[in-house]
Design a protein around this ligand. Structure first.
Ligand SMILES: *Cc1c(COP(=O)(O)O)cnc(C)c1O
Length: 220
């Protein structure tokens, strides 16, 4: 068994049924994605639009592609025909553009709202107020070609597990609060949190989707 197969089987043993494993394949060659595919992986995550589109052409059509990195509005058109889930929606303007491009292909594109949870300086993600402004925007109901399926967050890059745990707890709490409310075009089902270094903590705090790169494909 090669590394990718062994790594996937090890991770699968550690995650409960119901938690979806997204294999983050950024910077890795298509051959390694194909190895993962043979092991049953169907969800692949990339953080750059161009790399995602290039690899998509070489992979079977039943792959579900996840965009996990920052998305510029002018690049939405390239992924709109096929993208399965965009984890990194961080503005109203981006949501409108996704809707516009998805409409051209008569699709409904699944989106997660990326929330800023880390205590360190990071560039992307909504705070709670910005999140609520999007969810309560009276025009949200007119965006028929997007569906908001949940939240995504990245914890601080620290070895202090108590910090990471607190950040995941906060995101889960927010997710649960929103679950009990009703917003247009929204169904809070997916909580995308946890990467190679912290997915066990994330699952313990209620993650439903983990994004794992280096623990599957090796360090970058
Ligand atoms: C790269 C990346 C991951 C995977 O990181 P690993 O530490 O390699 O598992 C997960 N989420 C996002 C948003 C990423 O950019």
């Amino acid at each position: 068994m090669n590394d990718v197969a062994a790594n996937i089987s090890k991770i699968k043993q550690q995650i409960p049924a119901g938690v979806i494993l997204v294999a983050v394949s950024k910077t890795k060659p298509v051959e390694l994605l194909q190895e993962a595919y043979k092991c049953g992986i169907r969800d692949f995550g990339e953080n750059k639009v161009q790399e995602l589109c290039t690899k998509q052409a070489f992979m079977p059509t039943d792959v579900q592609w996840h965009l996990i990195g920052h998305l510029q509005t002018n690049k939405v058109k390239y992924i709109a025909p096929f993208i399965y889930l965009i984890h990194s929606v961080d503005s109203w303007k981006l949501l409108q553009e996704i809707n516009k491009q998805a409409a051209k292909h008569n699709r409904v594109v699944n989106c997660l709202l990326q929330i800023y949870i880390a205590s360190e300086e990071t560039k992307f993600g909504l705070d709670k107020q910005e999140l609520m402004e999007i969810l309560t925007n009276s025009e949200l109901q007119s965006l028929k070609h997007i569906r908001i399926l949940g939240l995504m967050g990245m914890a601080s890059n620290t070895s202090d597990e108590s910090i990471i745990q607190r950040e995941f707890k906060n995101l889960k709490q927010l997710f649960d609060e929103l679950k009990h409310q009703s917003f247009a075009q929204t169904s809070m089902e997916i909580l995308s949190m946890g990467m190679s270094g912290d997915y066990a903590l994330a699952i313990a705090e209620g993650s439903t989707m983990i994004r794992v790169g280096s623990s599957i494909f090796g360090s970058r």
